[in-house]
Design a protein around this ligand. Structure first.
Ligand SMILES: Nc1ncnc2c1ncn2[C@@H]1O[C@H](COP(=O)(O)OP(=O)(O)OP(=O)(O)O)[C@@H](O)[C@H]1O
Ligand SMILES: [Mg+2]
Length: 506
């Protein structure tokens, strides 16, 4: 784990690769571009952000001796691209198919994604949350494929206090709001829900609006106009007999009065994103003009609307939904720092659960895949027709060993012994031997159930190799900033105008 101080003086405690890199401040352009790789990894597959950086760094490190031996970078890059093709082919042979309908099998992979994390102490709890959430959010598209949009439809709500074991996935959503008026109903069974994204009050002007009044009676007329408008809007709402009205905008006192008379509870100023989730869980349609409301817009899939107090704040729960298709994961924990790290871990688990449900293939974890690749690549290095090609192949093979080596180090094992044992196993073609991260022993990962998702691994190798190849193609850093700024430690030295022109031509 790393503890990071941010410029504002706050602290972040994490071992999530992307979260660490996001916080640190680097000036070297090459380092900056490597950090982009980890961000891209986080966005595309959500896991493996540490591995990709470690591997890319190592791939660059092993080329240094090659460059010293005057092998041209272009040749190294070409070989690396061949290595990438070979890796993809080897990976396809190593992949194991699983059955996504078997929750236990999915759970094992999701567990591996968080095994090296803070939350691993709570066993399968976090992975169960992730799988449950992913299954709720999963919808079948007309073309037979699945769509799992965790970012939009699975929300994580962190509430400090309580214990982690109180965390759960709601069959519905919750948000930090209370009814607008204390005397409205706070608990309704099978509510009829109406969602709006328009205000139930006078319309505010787009920008500054001036109204000039000359007579006192004009003012009264304006107020009456507003009153009539609000009462007309409320009348059209009351006509469809909802129990609960939720709007993204404001609700005036007058509108509250009309709604309360009709025994309707009302919640105002919720976020657009929350409203979208509510629409998914209740089956309601979000309406923009009150005149258009009709029966089909009312949501009736929700079983229970309830407002409860957690800590000292009120939260609205819309739960017991039938076929929710969106959910909230309620996280409880000792402090904010702990909750933030749990959220990051859960995000990884979400992504792995999603990846596995979308592409049900696995690869052995615990460094086994990397060792298998290294063994196979060294074998192939010998049969390269062009002799120089052999060296980058070997170098890439040894770079891949950084993953098992790091795992061994972090498990407190005797690194040299473990690596030698692993190498000899893989030389005999036993592809499933890796490191148990808890005991530090060399084990068959199939027995220890350490698996990673195929998409994540594939993406790690591709991103690491492509980014290091791109770095290798660079022969000079030319600074576009002024001499004063660029002179900082680690930054590229400032270059004269003329050289700038030259390098670009070259
Ligand atoms: N119980 C375990 N024993 C051995 N290796 C494990 C175990 N659990 C996970 N691993 C390995 O740890 C690696 C993943 O580590 P980790 O999740 O910390 O980093 P990451 O996925 O690269 O980045 P991120 O910080 O984004 O999660 C994988 O190679 C995986 O196979
Ligand atoms: Mg991970």
């Amino acid at each position: 784990m790393k503890m990071l101080l941010d410029p504002m003086g706050g602290i972040v405690v994490t071992n999530d690769g992307h979260a660490i890199l996001r916080e640190i401040d680097v000036t070297h352009p090459a380092a900056k571009s490597l950090m982009e790789v980890s961000r891209a990894q986080d966005e595309s597959v959500g896991d493996g952000t540490t591995s990709v950086i470690v591997l890319a760094g190592e791939l660059l490190g092993v080329t240094e001796p090659l460059l010293d031996r005057r092998i041209h970078p272009t040749q190294i890059v070409q070989s690396y691209m061949k290595v990438l093709d070979d890796i993809n082919e080897i990976l396809r042979n190593l992949a194991i198919d699983i059955n996504v309908d078997d929750d236990a099998e999915v759970a094992r992979i999701v567990r591996t994604s968080i095994d090296t994390k803070f939350v691993s102490r709570w066993g399968s709890m976090i992975s169960d949350l992730a799988i449950k959430a992913a299954n709720i959010v999963r919808v079948k598209l007309p073309n037979g494929k699945y769509e799992i949009d965790m970012k939009r439809y699975a929300k994580i709500e962190k509430i400090p206090g309580g214990s982690l074991s109180d965390s759960h996935v709601l069959e519905g959503v919750m948000f930090n709001k209370d009814v607008t008026h204390g005397r409205m109903r706070r608990e309704i069974k099978n509510p009829r829900v109406l969602l709006l994204d328009c205000p139930l009050e006078y319309k505010k002007g787009e920008s500054q609006t001036n109204v000039e009044l000359t007579k006192e009676s004009d003012f009264a007329a304006i107020l009456r106009q507003e009153e009539e408008e609000v009462s007309r809007m409320c009348a059209s709402i009351v006509a469809v007999r909802p129990d609960l009205v939720i709007t993204e905008k404001g609700v005036s006192d007058l509108a509250q009065h009309f709604l309360m008379k009709a025994n309707i509870s009302c919640i105002r100023r919720i976020r657009k994103t929350d409203n979208n989730r509510i629409a998914r869980v209740t089956g309601a349609t979000i309406i923009n003009r009150t005149e258009e409301i009709n029966e089909s817009h009312i949501g009736t899939q929700c079983g229970l609307f309830k407002i409860s107090k957690l800590g000292d704040e009120y939260f609205t729960f819309l739960t017991e939904c039938n076929n929710p298709k969106a959910c909230t994961v309620l996280l409880r924990g000792a402090s904010k720092d702990v909750l933030n790290e749990i959220e990051r871990n859960l995000h990884d688990a979400f992504c792995v659960a999603r990846n596995v449900l979308l592409d049900p293939r696995l690869l052995p974890g615990g460094g086994a895949t990397e060792m298998a690749l290294a063994a196979e690549l060294s074998k192939r290095a010998k049969i390269q027709e062009a002799t120089v090609r052999e060296y980058p192949f070997k170098a890439a093979a040894s770079a891949l060993e950084v993953i098992p080596r790091t795992l061994a180090q972090n498990a407190g094992a005797d690194v040299i012994r473990v690596m030698t044992a692993l190498r000899s196993k893989h030389a005999q073609g036993e592809n499933f031997w890796g490191i148990d991260g808890v005991s530090g022993k060399v084990v068959d990962v199939r027995e220890s159930q350490i698996y990673d998702s195929f998409v994540v691994k594939e993406q790690i190798y591709r991103a690491a190799i492509e980014s290091s190849a791109m770095m290798l193609r660079i022969d000079d850093i030319v600074s576009g900033t002024s001499r004063g700024k660029a002179g900082q430690e680690g930054a590229a030295p400032a270059v004269d105008e003329e050289t700038f022109g030259d390098s670009r031509d070259g």
